[in-house]
Design a protein around this ligand. Sequence first.
Ligand SMILES: C[S@@+](CC[C@H](N)C(=O)[O-])C[C@H]1O[C@@H](n2cnc3c(N)ncnc32)[C@H](O)[C@@H]1O
Length: 211
Amino acid sequence: MSKRTEEHKRDSQYQQAKKQGYRARSAFKLFEIQKRFNIFKRTYYILDLGCAPGSWLQVSKKFAIENIDRYKDGFYHRDHFKILGVDIKKISAIDDIHFIKMDFSQPEFFDHVKSFFQGPKIDLIISDASINKSGNKFSDQVKQVKLCNSALVFVDLLKYKGNFVIKIFEGEDYKNFLNQLKKKFQIVKAFKPQTSYKVSNEVYLIGLRKK
Ligand SMILES: C[S@@+](CC[C@H](N)C(=O)[O-])C[C@H]1O[C@@H](n2cnc3c(N)ncnc32)[C@H](O)[C@@H]1O
């Protein structure tokens, strides 16, 4: 796909997202992930790392609300949801969603998460967090993996059989990170949404069913 066609595709996806009330076209990536892996099944407590401007929070809220109505069978359900988003950039508020403006790699953030969810009860952790790319693929990839490692710490607060989604760049340390995930989840899949740029080395790793 030429650069021009990619730009056109990006613009029209952005317009489409806006029309549907989403803050970013990234919303479509999460819908694609959901369609393929059903990560939102029975999810009520959700942590979104690197959430600005907030489209993944909007999608998470939509599914959490649907789940409250859908799963009333007593197997595993909650009558409320709790969603926490964090970013170094400020976002405009979303009703019923808690936002913290900070760097999630700061150790204090772990305590914020723990007290917000009251223990290891998170159903789903999603991270679309991304470093500021310098254009140097090698160093960008190393930095992104470092950021992913900071996100991985929160898996300790994920419930048994909970799910995890994280954006990573393919390259040098990718395999190591993948192997770490495989130790923590029963199933780990790599997925490149249609909404991602074809030339980009970004890929999402989906960890299903925490061990
Ligand atoms: C691609 S955007 C996320 C888009 C979001 N998923 C949405 O749908 O609106 C990546 C975000 O990661 C954030 N980020 C990167 N490193 C971070 C860190 N250490 N702590 C918090 N946020 C971070 C950036 O500020 C940026 O807003």
